[in-house]
Write a protein that binds this ligand. Structure first.
Ligand code: OOG
Ligand code: MG
Length: 257
């Protein structure tokens, strides 16, 4: 099957919130690079004046996340403005089997590109850091996929929630920052920033190198999610999710039907 057709199929499943079979079942010969092409085509199809391309996400940058889904490689996905929750409410009716995970998001004031980039270059380009919750929702049945499948499905991206407060990149040591994830008052997950490639800054370095293969960059004004610090929890209507980042504050998400 042509990549364009597969991209349409994925875009349709994302738009309508309908689960689908893994695309590798009917297309076992698909490569990871072709999956990134499908990702690009399917997301480009959704871009309009109202739904802008706002940045990137890294995924599977922590052991906890890799183990949860059985894929042992970091991946990236594309973020668009319609994914951003402006209020801390998540409607699950539009989604298939949503999961929530705690993250950090970096906002950039300068472009970053190329394969020679180092952590030093990244620090210079960061404007600020947000606490973030990512809602992922694989379009594949049973949240089960191979590396190729999940890349084509835009790394399971669904929604993102950023903290109201933005922090200076030098406010704290992001590797030592601990987050506890609560669901209905019960602690479900716990982790430190260092779970993400020893320090979340490394996730940005990896992203810049990876998107260079497509000739793309992090542009000034874009945000980047660095990847789940802990693995994700499944959520349903009426759940109250709280990510407690200690001194940095809390991020809450109210789940509705
Ligand atoms: C893939 C997306 C992974 C992360 O932060 O690791 C991701 C998935 O778990 O479905 O967003
Ligand atoms: Mg994530």
């Amino acid at each position: 099957m042509k990549l364009v057709q597969l991209a349409k199929q994925v875009a349709d499943s994302q738009k309508r919130g309908l689960e689908m079979d893994k695309i590798t079942l009917s297309n076992p010969e698909l490569t990871v690079n072709q999956a990134y092409e499908i990702q690009k085509l399917s997301i480009n199809e959704t871009i309009t004046d109202k739904n802008k391309f706002i940045g990137w996400k890294m995924g599977l940058t922590s052991k906890a996340k890799q183990q949860q889904v059985g894929v042992k490689e970091a991946i990236y996905g594309r973020l668009t403005s319609s994914m951003e929750l402006q209020k801390p409410f998540l409607k699950v009716g539009e989604l298939i089997h949503p999961r929530v995970e705690p993250e950090f998001a970096f906002l950039f004031k300068e472009e970053l590109k190329g394969t020679n980039i180092t952590a030093k270059d990244v620090w210079r380009a960061v404007e600020c850091v947000f606490l973030a919750l990512e809602v992922i929702d694989s379009r594949y049945k049973n949240f089960s996929f191979t590396l190729t499948d999940v890349v084509a499905d835009n790394a399971s991206s669904a929604k993102i929630l950023l903290s109201n407060q933005a922090y200076s990149p030098y406010h704290t040591d992001w590797a030592q920052t601990e987050v506890k994830l609560y669901q209905n008052g019960e602690i479900r997950k716990k982790g430190r920033g260092e779970a993400v490639l020893d320090h979340p800054i490394h996730s940005i370095v990896e992203l810049v190198k990876m998107i260079d293969r497509e000739g793309l960059s992090i542009q000034s004004g874009m945000i980047v999610l660095v990847g789940g610090i802990t693995d994700a929890v499944s959520v349903q209507a009426d759940d109250e999710i709280v990510a407690d980042y200690g001194d940095l504050g809390k991020l809450s998400l109210h789940v509705t039907s």
